[in-house]
Design a protein. Structure first.
Length: 445
């Protein structure tokens, strides 16, 4: 059903799929580029890829082995290392003001390659991040809103009222069900201001993408509702695909859906994970949010995370049952994510002119088995650059992991969980106490 909205329309580009297309074309295309409009840049894409791969492979030994501090270098924190407030604001494990990342793997860990995003999407992320995490969060923390100063300014852990790590085993019985009496005695979990704001944003995003989809894409959705594959061939890719092969009949997808639903229901019921009929609730929610989330993914390359929403709804309808809650959350999150992955693969087949039925079969079997300046340069090399950098990191990681080399022991390699960027005060609460209970006596505010 979503093919007519997310695969066939030319406007649904899926930037992450374009990266894969660039790699496949580089490896398989023998066309000489010198007679094209990109002839200004003489180097072939494969040669460019291999050169960057080797450079990144060599360089990654520095942040990956000899000097890991480069993956999270808090430059400003080094100026005043014993100040708690300065550490919380500038430390990489705090709010990261002024923190530098000189490691491609670290840069792409959260949002993947920045080359995959439209400039306006990156600008929107930047402005939102500064406004929320560098302005609102410090205001909440340093005004001690909801007793926030007993916690670190940024952490995804849960805490007890006294600031210690929350011990969930004290409020659950042997069957992982909530002990209400113990919960009332121990108290609820506290979250850091940054993590609390993150939760609020995730709920707001769910509402906003639905409203955005209705306002900006509502007419197109209604127009495409009864559209066939032939009618959708209004661009070069659609026209070529219409001539190439037949589309996958919708009853193939229906059969696959029913089969997987039955399997999921049996797993839930026979393993006593949760009542199987809650799958109807999960699928309904995922179906409603799949199209809005898919449009955002196709245009901006940003994923809409349903993890929190599903956790909240699971706790609401399956009160006190941690196993059932996690099952609800896992199904809800995974169905949405795998659906978008499936759709993006269909888009890859659309771009690369792979027959839809062969693509469908491959995906099912695979699942079962397991710019203005130098514009021509960016057109030719940008996605190759991203892939080469990631490939270089991967190659270096394999060597570092499996080939024994001499140990390196110096300040640039002396990392631990509390001091990964040389700014251990970034994880302390306002009194100077770390997550493990260590009190930093030499700290100041």
């Amino acid at each position: 059903l979503m093919r007519r909205y997310l695969v066939w329309p030319a406007g649904m580009i899926f930037p992450n799929v374009i990266l894969k297309c660039a790699i496949l074309r580089m490896l398989h295309e023998n066309k000489n580029n010198e007679d094209s409009n990109l002839a200004t840049w003489k180097m072939g894409q494969l040669r460019f890829f291999l050169i960057l791969l080797i450079i990144q492979f060599v360089y990654y030994w520095i942040p990956g082995y000899f000097m890991p501090i480069l993956t999270s270098f808090s430059l400003l924190c080094f100026m005043y290392q014993k100040n708690i407030v300065f550490g919380q604001l500038t430390g990489f494990y705090g709010l990261g003001m002024g923190a530098l990342q000189l490691d491609w793997q670290s840069v792409t860990a959260f949002l993947q390659s920045p080359i995959l995003y439209p400039w306006w999407a990156l600008f929107n992320i930047l402005i939102g991040f500064i406004g929320i995490y560098w302005i609102i969060v410090p205001i909440l923390y340093y005004t001690n809103t909801m007793n926030a100063k007993v916690l670190p300014i940024f952490s995804d852990d849960s805490y007890a009222r006294d600031g210690s790590s929350y011990n969930y085993s004290l409020i659950t019985d042997g069957n992982m069900r909530l002990n209400q009496t113990a919960y009332e005695q121990y108290g609820g979990a506290m979250l850091t201001p940054a993590f609390t704001v993150t939760f609020c944003i995730q709920f707001a995003v769910i509402t906003s993408i639905i409203v955005h989809t209705i306002l900006y894409h509502g007419k197109d959705i209604l127009k495409q509702f009864n559209m066939s594959a032939d009618e959708a061939s209004n661009d070069v890719h659609g026209a070529l695909m219409a001539k190439l092969a037949k589309e996958v009949p919708e009853y193939w997808y229906t059969f696959l859906f029913v089969s997987l639903f039955v399997c999921g229901a049996l797993v839930c019921q026979l393993s006593a994970l949760m009542p199987w009929y809650y799958l109807f609730v999960i699928i309904s929610i995922d179906f409603i949010l799949l199209l809005p989330g898919g449009i955002v993914k196709a245009i901006t390359n940003q994923d809409i995370d349903l993890d929190l929403l599903m956790s909240f709804l699971g706790g609401l309808v399956l009160k006190g049952n941690a196993i059932a809650n996690m099952t609800f959350r896992t199904y809800g999150y995974t169905i949405q994510r795998r659906s978008l992955t499936f759709i993006s693969c269909l888009k890859l087949g659309h771009y690369m002119k792979i027959p839809p039925r062969a693509m469908f079969t491959m995906l099912v079997v695979n699942t079962l088995i397991g710019s203005t300046r130098a514009r021509d340069w960016w057109i030719k090399y940008s996605y190759i650059f991203s892939a080469a950098m990631s490939a270089g990191v991967g190659a270096a990681l394999i060597i570092i992991a499996f080939i024994p080399v001499f140990p390196v022991d110096w300040w640039g390699n002396a990392q631990n969980e509390l001091d990964g960027d040389g700014c251990r005060y970034s994880t302390a609460d306002f009194s100077g106490t770390l997550d493990d209970g260590t009190f930093l006596e030499d700290s100041d505010k």
